[in-house]
Structure formats: structure tokens, C-alpha cells
Design a protein around this ligand. Structure first.
Ligand SMILES: NC(=O)c1ccc[n+]([C@@H]2O[C@H](COP(=O)([O-])OP(=O)(O)OC[C@H]3O[C@@H](n4cnc5c(N)ncnc54)[C@H](O)[C@@H]3O)[C@@H](O)[C@H]2O)c1
Length: 331
């Protein structure tokens, strides 16, 4: 839907970077995917796919693959598809080559440890002159990669930048909705991983649908409280980046957060569950969210209880019991 083919550089050859590489290539853009890891790039060149991250999805031959980060130079859009703990370091690495005119598209869902910052804040610190857009919403790479209809939000304080990204990536498989609430979209995307971990714990314990629906609903309440306290808009949390992303993550085996939670519910030690699962952004995010909530005086009982389970040796059954024994009150 863009008026001309764009030069799009994707940082990160994980599931999400590759799924969006397929989308943008299908739309006729000139696409380059960068990875810090030559084994990822070599595997795609050799087999046409990255089995470890996105099995069964063939990466179009037109997509250029590189480990040379100077590939960001001259891009219309640079998409950051790196797990949140590494976003700052990768952005700093790319800095000598980045043009001020490139629109930076953040897709990472998390909060930075120590600074408690959102991803767009980090990117804005490294690139104060670039326009930044955040993409968030219910989107499993495994599904978008197989052309399953998907809808996400793209948020920016500069609506024209969000519209530019909307036009660049929209087709009849991926549908993008523009949103002006960057804070709400980022908090929804980051903190849903915390609630999804908790949902996995419930399912690992073998509890039922009633418990899960209660957790998702009360989880949404506490995400909303935090987001609003930070300056996000309440209505964002009933949209794609709020309820949408929360539901998809809390109910799917595609989610590594949910899967790690299941292992914990089945009795695996939290650290070991994360080691077995791979990238589990909700693990670190649980700790950061708790700090943020304390700083702002926001009540987040589910996040609090999950922290006790993950980091303080609280038995999972005790955690559920604590949540069910809280003082009763108004919804
Ligand atoms: N997978 C999804 O379905 C999905 C959907 C929407 C958003 N996201 C978000 O997109 C981001 C990436 O997700 P993913 O599933 O592709 O992650 P992933 O774990 O598959 O990793 C993505 C890539 O990041 C790069 N990377 C990892 N560690 C790095 C490091 N230390 N230094 C430099 N590069 C490094 C590697 O190329 C890796 O393949 C996450 O923040 C995630 O929340 C993922």
C-alpha cells in the first residue's frame, strides 16, 4: 500500500523479525535482515528457513541477509526485532550508520532493568532525532509467518510516522491500526508477558477455565492501573495492544512466557524453566514491573505474587492461596 517500494532493514533474525521480513518482501519492499549471530544467517542461507526460530516458514530469496550492521544506512524503516534486554546495545552498535530520516520501528516487548524505561524511551535516548513508532498487539510470529490474518496497533507521538508504517506493512494478511498512545501500547505489550507467565502456572497446576478467565481479567485491571498511572489512556487497554495481546499470550503454547509458566506450575524451578524455554521476557519484566508499581504506588497483586514465586521461593499453591485470600471488595 506504500506509494513506492521502501528500503526496510530488520534488526534481529528471530521469529518476529523473519515473519515481518516475509510480510514486507511480499509487499514488494527491499528487505535486509541483520543478525549478530552468523550461525542464524548461515542457516537461513543454507536451508531457506530458520528452523530453530520459525520452522516451516521459507524466507523469500529476495531478502538480503547480513551480519554487517552498517546495513541500516539509507533505510526508510529500521525495525528493531531484538529481545528487550538487548535493544539498547544493538541500537548503540547501529548508531554510526543510522540516518536521522529513518523511521525506527520498535517491536520489542519489555521494560529495561534498573532504568525501568520503555523500549521507545531507550531508542529515543540513542536516537533523539529519529521518528519512533511502536508496534504491539496479538501476533505470534508462527502464525503471521503462515499468512494467518493478524491485526496489530502502531503507535507514535508523530501520527504521520505511524501512518507511514501502517501503509508500509498492511495487506490482506497483516492489518495495522494507528494509535497515538505510545505509553499504553508499550505497557500493554510488556506487562502481558508477566500475566501470561502466571496463566501458564495456573495451567501447569491443572486449574480450570474459571481461574484462567479471572486471572486474565484481573491481570488486565492491574496492567491498566499501571499504564494509566504512567500516562497511558485507559481505552488502549481494551484494544489490540491491551486485551488483544493479553488474550493471545495467556492462551497459547506459542508463547514462551506461558510455556515457562506451565513448567513452573508443574514443579520445575523458575530459573530452570526459563533456561529450558529460551527468551522469556516476562521473567525479567515481572521484577521491573514490581519496581515500577512500587515507585508509582500502584497495586499489582498478581505481579507481586508472581515475583514471590519467581524470586523468593514462594510455592505456587501458596501464591494462588494468597491471591484468593486478599480482602474482598468492589470490582
Ligand atoms: N515472536 C513473536 O511472535 C513476537 C511477536 C511480536 C513481538 N515480538 C517481540 O519481538 C522481539 C523479538 O522477538 P523474537 O521472538 O523474534 O525473539 P528471539 O528470541 O527469537 O530473538 C530475536 C533475535 O534477536 C537477536 N538477538 C538475540 N539476542 C541478541 C543479543 N544479545 N545481541 C544481539 N542480537 C540478539 C537474534 O538475531 C535473535 O534471533 C521481542 O521483544 C518480542 O517480545 C515477538
Amino acid at each position: 500500500m506504500s506509494e513506492r517500494p521502501l528500503k526496510i532493514t530488520i534488526l534481529g533474525s528471530g521469529g518476529w523479525g523473519l515473519a515481518l521480513a516475509c510480510t514486507s518482501s511480499r509487499l514488494g519492499h527491499e528487505v535486509t535482515v541483520w543478525s549478530a549471530f552468523s550461525d542464524e544467517i548461515e542457516a537461513i542461507k543454507r536451508t531457506g528457513e530458520l528452523k530453530a526460530k520459525l520452522p516451516g516458514v521459507m524466507i523469500p530469496r529476495s531478502v538480503k541477509l547480513t551480519t554487517d550492521i552498517s546495513c541500516v544506512s539509507g533505510a526508510d524503516i529500521v525495525m528493531i526485532g531484538i529481545p528487550s534486554p538487548y535493544v539498547r546495545s544493538v541500537c548503540e552498535q547501529a548508531k554510526p550508520y543510522m540516518d536521522k530520516t529513518s523511521v525506527l520501528l520498535s517491536t520489542a516487548k519489555g521494560l529495561e532493568d534498573v532504568t525501568l524505561k520503555r523500549m521507545s524511551e531507550i531508542i529515543g535516548e540513542v536516537y533523539p532525532e529519529n521518528r519512533i513508532v511502536v508496534m504491539s498487539g496479538p501476533s505470534h510470529a508462527e502464525e503471521l509467518g503462515r499468512d494467518i490474518p493478524t491485526a496489530v496497533a502502531v503507535a507514535s507521538s508523530d501520527i504521520s510516522a505511524a501512518e507511514f508504517v501502517q501503509k508500509a506493512f498492511s495487506d490482506n494478511v497483516l492489518r495495522l491500526y494507528v494509535n497515538s498512545d505510545v505509553i499504553g501500547c508499550e505497557i500493554g505489550g510488556a506487562v502481558k508477558n508477566v500475566i501470561a507467565l502466571c496463566c501458564g502456572v495456573l495451567d501447569g497446576l491443572g486449574l480450570g477455565d474459571n481461574s484462567k478467565a479471572a486471572l486474565i481479567t484481573r491481570g488486565l485491571s492491574e496492567i491498566t492501573r499501571l499504564g494509566v498511572a504512567l500516562g497511558g489512556k485507559r481505552e488502549t487497554f481494551s484494544g489490540l495492544a491491551g486485551l488483544g495481546d493479553l488474550v493471545v499470550t495467556c492462551t497459547s503454547l506459542h508463547s514462551r512466557n506461558y510455556r515457562a509458566g506451565m513448567l513452573i506450575g508443574q514443579g520445575v524451578e523458575p530459573e530452570e524453566a526459563v533456561r529450558r524455554t529460551g527468551t522469556v521476557e516476562g521473567y525479567g519484566c515481572a521484577r521491573v514491573t514490581r519496581k515500577l508499581a512500587k515507585k508509582l504506588g500502584v497495586e499489582m497483586p498478581i505481579t507481586e505474587e508472581l515475583n514471590e514465586i519467581l524470586f523468593e521461593g514462594q510455592p505456587v499453591r501458596q501464591g494462588i492461596n494468597d491471591l484468593m485470600s486478599r480482602p474482598i471488595g468492589m470490582e
